[in-house]
Design a protein around this ligand. Structure first.
Ligand code: ATP
Ligand code: MG
Length: 143
C-alpha cells in the first residue's frame, strides 16, 4: 500500500510525522530515502516528538547510529550515508538492531539487502523550496 502526502513547511512535516508515529510498533523498521536536505531528519524529529524525545535528536551522520529511549523500548536512528558498503553495516552489527527496537534509517536504500522482509519505506522529494512530497510504502507490512 502506498500513501502520498504533500508537506508545505517543516512544521507541516513535523506534525505529519508525529501523527504517523501513533501507528508504529516498537519493532518496526523504517527507511527514509531522498536527496540531501529533503527532510528525512526533520521527519525523524516529528516521530521522536510523539515519544517526547524531540529534544534529544542529534544527527547520526558520523556515529552512524544514535539511540533514544522511549518509555518501553529503544529507538535506533541510523544515517548510513557514510558507509562505503554493506559489509561496514554488518561489521557494526547493524542488522542486530532489527526487531529489537524501532529502527529509523536515513539513506536506508543503500543497505537494502540487509533489510528484513517487512519494512516501511518513506521517500522524500523536494518539490519546491518549502514543499516536500512524502511517499509512504508499506513493504510486506499490513497497515
Ligand atoms: N516541507 C518541509 N519539510 C521538511 N523540511 C523542510 C520543508 N521545507 C523546508 N525544509 C527544510 O529542509 C531541510 C531538511 O533538512 P533535513 O536535515 O531534515 O534533511 P535530510 O533529508 O535529513 O538531509 P541529509 O541527507 O543531509 O541527512 C531543513 O533545513 C528544513 O528547514
Ligand atoms: Mg538527515
Amino acid at each position: 500500500m502506498e500513501y502520498v502526502y504533500t508537506s508545505n513547511s517543516q512544521e507541516d512535516t513535523l506534525s505529519f510525522a508525529k501523527q504517523f508515529a501513533e501507528k508504529l510498533n516498537k519493532d518496526d523498521v523504517i527507511i527514509l530515502s531522498g536527496e540531501l536536505g529533503s527532510g528525512k531528519t526533520k521527519f525523524v524529529e516529528g516521530i521522536l516528538s510523539y515519544f517526547n524525545l524531540e529534544n534529544q535528536i542529534s544527527s547520526p551522520t558520523f556515529t552512524i547510529v544514535n539511540q533514544y529511549d522511549a518509555e518501553n523500548f529503544p529507538i535506533y536512528h541510523f544515517d548510513v550515508y557514510r558507509l562505503k558498503n554493506i559489509s561496514e553495516f554488518y561489521e557494526l552489527g547493524g542488522d542486530e538492531y532489527f526487531g529489537n527496537g524501532l529502527c529509523l534509517i536515513e539513506w536506508g536504500e543503500m543497505i537494502e539487502e540487509a533489510l528484513p522482509e517487512k519494512y516501511i519505506e518513506i521517500s522524500f522529494e523536494k518539490s519546491d523550496v518549502n514543499v516536500r512530497t512524502i511517499k509512504i510504502c508499506y513493504r510486506g507490512v499490513d497497515r
